[in-house]
Design a protein around this ligand. Sequence first.
Ligand code: UTP
Length: 300
Amino acid sequence: MTPRPVRKAVIPAAGFGTRFLPFTKSVPKELIPVVDKPVIQYVVEEAAESGIEEILIILSAGKEAIRQHFSPAPELEQRLRERGKQPLLDELAAIGGGVRISYVYQHELDGLGGAVKLAREFVGDEFFAVLLGDTVMSSTTARPVTGQLIDAYKRYGAAAVAVEEVAPELVSRYGIIGGRTLAPDLVDVDVMIEKPAPAEAPSRLAVASRYLLSPSIFAALEQTPRGKGNEIQLTDAMRSLLGRERLIGCRIAGTRHDIGDKLSFLENTVEFALRRPEFRDRFMAFLKEVAAREQAKKEE
Ligand code: UTP
């Protein structure tokens, strides 16, 4: 039987973003810019380019600016029209990626699992994607990372999770999977351990911010008690389904960029700025100048 197409995606964006305080005291971390676009816009674009038609964004009080970013701005548009700024108007019109976006509020911030739980009605009985709202994924192929998970789902008719190989000393920061290799980049997952000590890690493959889940995750989430950090962990619910439902680990052709972490934000700002032809040469020259200055200071 051909699996049904994946049409829906959930983007959790309700968290406090404590790793990026004080900025996130009043501004959602999902609106942190990477050069000139907020993180969550990259996420919505990835979903749209993967064929997703409907998105549910999970919000919390004080994060309405996210909703505003994806809503029309008639006065601004009028001003741009009057001034003949058609390219900017086109850019604004393209912000939502042509996808239908709706919102739901997470009143108690009980974790990623708690956020996904709120999507039950929106999802119904279909497989669906989950994309973390604070993480950009760049793909090294024409297919975005969420699209790569959808391809695995189509091939095996099973849920899938993006994984990325991390250095051995970093396994204790992530959810790590283990299982049987199906193809060079695909694993039939039989174990998932949250933040293992390096000696206990079944592999170096870390869960990487994108999921393609079966609707049975909702019943599993109902049965999932609060775990680490007193939060409902999505990986705990996924683990409870292992053995009953197949889960494919997909080593992504691409890279995860976690913008909710300060150092990673700084590194990615540089990386993404260098990808832009209008900034590349001047920015590169600036970086070299800064590096030379710092080196000279060190040698003084
Ligand atoms: P994180 O664990 O990185 O988010 O969740 P956080 O709790 O906001 O961040 P820190 O660790 O305190 O800095 C990844 C994504 O899941 C959302 C976040 O908004 C983020 O986009 N999330 C997290 C929710 O929607 N609800 C939650 O209860 C927790």
